[in-house]
Design a protein around this ligand. Structure first.
Ligand SMILES: Cc1ncc(COP(=O)(O)O)c(C=O)c1O
Length: 462
């Protein structure tokens, strides 16, 4: 039996050597490697500032602090997100106003956000910010969020934990103008033109594992190509601050870690200061030749700084980000192909105006066609050696939010309806074509064995 964990990070000799060099350098905590990682990340995201911290949660907290969120103020948060997005609002005494999601991509429903804002304002509750989350790595309605934020004077603090890299189109071209157009992350059509964006199929070799595998690590191919394609924007382009995660299972990882990116000098300064005890600028330099022993505390800050050991990993993960993305895209394409004809499974919409990071591959089970529920499907997959996850129990259905704010499941009906159906399948660059096929074949077998008697026949295992 194959064993396919839900996730396995791709750590190569480059990361290992850099960590060893960092350990030998004698500088372990925030220092020159962190500055390098910040610089390179800012360049990758086309942002003026990138502030490295020890988690995306910390980045989100610092972002809300930097925009001056006060106790009692409202912040729009999608219910379909991880704990972190809303809990940071609570850290500052704010009120998360939970919003429903779209059925096709699980991203924040801007129309529902508007309804919730109108109703908060009618109750004289201020609303000061919106926190879009790009579910699984597909950018949501960034232009819609931007328009809403402008209308209601909201700051946009983006939870881009899943999005390294992800892009969206800045203009909505009419459908006919796009006919036949190839998205930059898709393989070129056969023929004499263009091979710039060739996406290799998922292959059995392991990325960055062991020696002598001859893997060529390219620095940011997609990123550098898109910087000249004017209407494709990296995630974060329309936000005041966007926050990324480098947690172990994210698109690029440093074990734990996060980054807050912004073009705003004041927000960047404030986040930097608050990330290290509220100590005046460049605190880390006080141990270097350039620094001074003297420092001042200007606010009661936090201990969120990032280490050079973690940055040593991050620098090389970032260089591989586009390569990882190619592999993730190829694996997602294989999943979509193998599951396309399975009636009992619904796939999320992959929007042609987006370049999806493919952090997560989520399916919906059509439970009305099965005799078992989602938990049993997960347990059968586990028996076959396949790790899965669920993203997520919507926030408004968790005890804390129900008890504190009185939410009922039906208050955000789309998310509540989707929740029992969703399963996240394994997706990471080191998966081979055979791994993906095994997951799909196993899932199909489980479905066939547990079809409702009246259910339509499942398409045969390919
Ligand atoms: C949408 C989302 N936001 C924030 C986070 C928090 O990231 P971190 O673990 O780096 O704090 C996660 C983590 O999984 C996430 O999925």
């Amino acid at each position: 039996m194959l064993r396919i964990p839900f996730f396995r990070p791709s750590i190569g000799p480059e990361e290992i050597d850099e960590v060893v060099a960092t350990l030998k350098s004698g500088w372990l905590t925030t220092g020159p490697k962190t500055k390098q990682f910040e610089r390179e990340f800012a360049e990758y995201l086309r942002k003026k500032h990138a502030v490295a911290v020890n988690s995306c949660t910390a980045a989100l907290h610092l972002a809300l602090e930097a925009i001056g969120l006060k106790a009692g103020q409202g912040v729009i948060v999608p219910t379909m997100t991880f704990a972190a997005t809303a809990e940071v609002v609570r850290y500052l005494g704010g009120r998360p106003i939970l919003v429903d999601c779209h059925e096709h991509d699980f991203n924040l429903d801007v129309a529902d956000a508007e309804r919730k804002i109108q109703s908060a304002l009618a109750d004289e509750q201020p609303v000061v910010a919106i926190m879009p989350v790009h579910y699984g790595g597909q950018v949501g309605d960034a232009l819609g969020v931007q328009a809403l934020a402008k209308r209601f004077d909201l700051k946009i603090i983006e939870d881009a934990a899943h999005c390294c890299p992800a892009y969206y189109r800045s203009s909505s071209l009419p459908q006919e103008e796009r006919a036949g157009e190839r998205r930059p992350d898709q393989p070129p059509a056969p023929g004499p033109q263009g091979s710039a964006f060739h996406v290799p199929p998922a292959s059995p070799h392991r990325l960055g594992r062991g020696e002598g595998q001859g893997e060529v690590v390219q620095f940011s191919t997609l990123n550098s190509q898109l910087s000249t394609a004017s209407d494709w924007l990296p995630v974060g382009s329309s936000a005041d601050i966007s926050c990324f995660s480098f947690y172990a299972n994210k698109c690029i990882t440093t074990g734990e870690g996060g980054m807050a990116c912004t073009d705003n000098d004041e927000f960047a300064d404030r986040m930097r200061i608050m990330s290290l005890h509220g100590i005046s600028r460049d605190a880390w330099k006080r141990y270097t030749g350039e620094g001074s022993w003297y420092y001042e505390i200007i606010a009661p800050g936090y201990k969120y700084n990032f280490t050079d050991i973690a940055s040593a990993i991050g620098i090389h993960q970032l260089r591989k980000a586009d390569l990882f993305h190619q592999r993730r895209s190829a694996i997602a394409a294989q999943y979509r192909d193998l599951l396309a004809g399975v009636e009992e499974v619904t796939l999320l919409t992959s929007n042609p105006d987006r370049i999806h990071s493919w952090h997560l591959f989520v399916i919906r089970l059509r439970l009305e066609k099965l005799q078992i529920d989602r938990a049993q499907v997960i347990s059968e997959l586990q028996k076959a050696g396949i790790g899965t996850s669920v993203h997520w129990l919507p926030l408004h259905m968790h005890p804390y939010y129900r008890q504190t704010f009185g939410y009922e499941p039906h208050d955000l009906p789309v998310a509540a309806r989707l929740y029992p159906e969703i399963v996240t399948l394994p997706l990471y660059p080191d998966m081979s074509e055979a791994d993906v096929k095994y997951v799909c074949d196993t899932l199909k077998q489980i479905i066939v064995q547990h079809l409702r008697p009246t259910g339509a026949a499942l398409s045969p295992v390919r």
